[in-house]
Design a binder for this molecule. Structure first.
Ligand code: ADP
Ligand code: ZN
Length: 633
């Protein structure tokens, strides 16, 4: 067996592979340190945001180690639906890769196993439940005994933790890798970075000895916007029309909704409005669901309306927006979901609308879940953190990153930075609503929900009012100078700062909570964003539209001829992708095609400087690309 070279040389070897195989000039951020460490046989826990470039952190070491005679790298990946494309991308780059999952016939699976035992595979992707079968472990034993088991990469490692947002019990079984294959390095990767989940991953996978690499979790190209829900779906339509529609159609995006029913509804609505939209949720026939996912990956400009069942591991690089029509459960989920926008580093939007009902629904789901109280408490805390983010009037990014323990400065690329909200002193109003909640409960011996409380404040004569004689209360009508929207906004704010509690188990009735005292008796002030009565007007059109769309890598806009060349390259790419049954971005990224259109290479050597064209792709496609480009010289 050839030994792995010493430190400095390892990095050089890795950089060589990066250039030769993937066509990239330099590692990004901490990638360099990680690939060197893992290539040398160290264990690693890699925390990197979506789009940060996690795949190369194990793919490069896998290739380096295989070339040094160490044998196979096994990649654990939770979603079999995506293995096909991941392996396809590696094969396109000339790397011997394969996957083992239930989509293969017995015959095909045996074929792969044989290749694996013969040492013909560099990277093997497998689902955790497959990996931990006695049969598969025995195969790995035989490789291990011959010193041909090189590395384990555990992708989406947060799946091992119940604190993460997509817990997969099968991941727990992966601890066997450590116990059974002593000396085989492991690299675990995730985009979920909160302390609880991180500690859980280390514990559950026995990674105490691993070096932890934490990247900045900032996604500077994503613009965060959180708006109050007025007419939800209409707001969504305006957002997509204003920000993501152009003459040739519209951008690719994901719209997250809470329920299957709503997914269907919204997908229909978008289609009626002329958008190319598809539904995705766990209630669809598996074949149809798969078909929708494939179309999303393969077609340009498709909008996927989905429950959170959609998206984990979706590696489509050019998703230009992620919209939440309903509020997610926590910041981890929000960040993970919004992170699916703009993996290619180009401008993208994360847009969310939320209202009081979202808060109430989420609380109820927690309260009604069969989980232990202690666990529910954690979930409530996480929901509150998200609510505080939504209600906040300061930089969204500062808060988001702060939640993950990262300090930062106001970003200039979120709604609050771009258009600082006007704040009003709502302390007096807060006292009114708090004392109203208190008095009603005192007078009637029972609590009431938000609707009735607001009716009392606004002095509305309703049946319920008469029934309980609440029109006689001293708080009746003391808030008729405020609209219901304003009161709702204030109420959310009070729930966010734990002055009011919603009892989901009892008809969403409102109760005073710990934080009320300071407002009623202490000197605590309540500031509130000026509620907008009109639906929020969109920002300057085009401000966030992907400026990168039709520009060369140096930022210069493409000329007409260059744009035509780009279109021709895209048409060529679409054909190749269809032939290979792969998404277009697996053949070449948009950025690579734009660089080709702008630089007009004439010779094979000219292709060298263009990012994303490795040796294998140059051999496979270089001549064709030059031919397409030459027509536009
Ligand atoms: P993650 O898995 O962390 O979400 P990926 O591994 O899918 O991210 O990488 C995101 C994108 O960035 C991919 O399109 C990948 O090709 C690109 N990328 C990653 N590392 C580099 C690099 N060093 N140079 C250029 N592009 C890179
Ligand atoms: Zn900001």
């Amino acid at each position: 067996m050839i030994d792995i070279a010493p430190a400095g040389e390892t990095l050089e070897t890795c950089a060589g592979v990066l250039q030769e195989v993937f066509g990239y000039d330099a590692f990004r951020g901490p990638q360099a340190e990680i690939v060197a460490h893992v290539s040398e046989g160290g264990d690693a826990l890699v925390l990197m945001p979506t789009g940060g470039g996690k795949s190369l952190c194990y793919q490069v070491p896998a290739i380096v180690r295989e070339r040094a005679g160490r044998g196979l790298t096994v990649v654990v990946s939770p979603l079999i639906a995506l293995m096909h494309d991941q392996v396809g991308a590696l094969l396109e780059a000339g790397v011997a890769a394969a996957f083992l999952n239930s989509s293969l016939s017995l015959d095909e699976a045996q074929q792969v196993e044989k290749q694996m035992l013969r040492g013909e595979i560099t990277l093997l992707y497998a689902a955790p439940e497959r990996l931990t079968t006695p049969r598969f472990l025995a195969l790995l034993d035989s490789l291990h005994e011959r010193g041909r088991l090189s590395l384990f990469a555990i992708d989406e490692a947060h799946c091992v933790s119940q604190w993460g947002h997509d817990f997969r019990p099968e991941y727990r079984g992966l601890v066997v890798l450590h116990e059974r294959f002593a000396g085989v390095p492991r690299v675990a990767l995730t985009a979920t970075a909160d302390d609880l989940t991180r500690a859980d991953i280390i514990e559950r996978l026995q990674l105490q000895e691993a070096r932890t690499f934490i990247s900045s979790f900032d996604r500077p190209n994503i613009r965060y916007t959180i708006v109050e829900k007025t007419d939800g779906t209409q707001q969504l339509l305006r957002f997509i029309r204003d920000e993501h529609s152009h003459s040739q159609g519209h951008d690719a995006g994901i719209v997250y909704c809470q329920s299957r029913k709503r997914v269907e509804e919204v997908a229909g609505l978008l289609r009626d409005a002329g958008f190319n939209a598809l539904p995705y949720h766990a209630g669809l026939e598996p074949a149809l669901r798969q078909n929708h996912q494939d179309r999303f990956l393969r077609e340009e400009g498709l909008i996927m309306v989905a429950t959170i069942a959609f998206g984990m591991g979706i590696d489509k690089p050019d998703v230009r927006f992620v919209a939440h029509l309903d509020m997610p459960k926590n910041i981890e989920g929000y960040y993970q979901e919004t992170g699916r926008a703009g993996r290619d580093g180009e401008a993208a939007n994360a847009w969310m609308t939320y209202g009081l009902q979202d808060v109430v629904n989420q609380r109820r789901m927690i309260d009604e879940s069969p989980a232990a109280d202690e666990f529910k408490q954690v979930l409530r805390g996480k929901l509150d953190a998200l609510l505080t983010l939504a209600e906040g009037s300061d930089c969204r990014r500062v808060r988001l990153l702060g939640y993950f323990g990262e300090a930062s400065e106001p970003c200039g690329n979120c709604d609050n930075c771009l258009k600082p909200p006007e704040l009003i002193d709502a302390t007096e109003a807060a006292r009114k609503i708090l004392s109203c909640i208190y008095r009603v409960q005192q007078a009637s011996g029972t609590a009431f929900g938000a609707g009735h409380i607001m009716d009392i404040l606004r002095g509305k004569q309703t049946e319920k009012m008469a029934q309980y004689a609440h029109h006689k209360l001293s708080t009746f009508g003391i808030g008729d100078d405020w609209s219901e929207t304003q009161w709702r906004a204030l109420l959310r704010q009070l729930i966010a700062r734990e002055a009011v509690q919603v009892d989901a188990a009892h008809f969403n009735t409102l109760h005073l909570a710990e934080g009320a005292r300071d407002i009623l008796k202490g000197g605590a002030q309540v500031w509130m964003k000026q509620a907008s009565e009109k639906p929020a007007r969109s920002r300057n059109k085009g401000s966030s539209r992907s400026a990168a769309k039709d520009v060369a890598p140096d930022g210069q806009p493409l000329s007409l001829a260059e744009r035509e060349c780009l279109d021709a390259l895209k048409a060529w790419r679409a054909e190749v992708a269809r032939e290979h049954n792969l998404p277009a971005f697996v053949i070449f990224h948009d950025a690579t095609l734009r660089a080709l259109a702008a630089q007009q290479p004439r010779t094979m050597a000219d292709l060298d400087g263009i990012a994303g064209i490795g040796q294998k792709k140059r051999e496979a496609y270089g001549a064709e690309v030059l031919r397409v480009v030459s027509a536009f010289g």
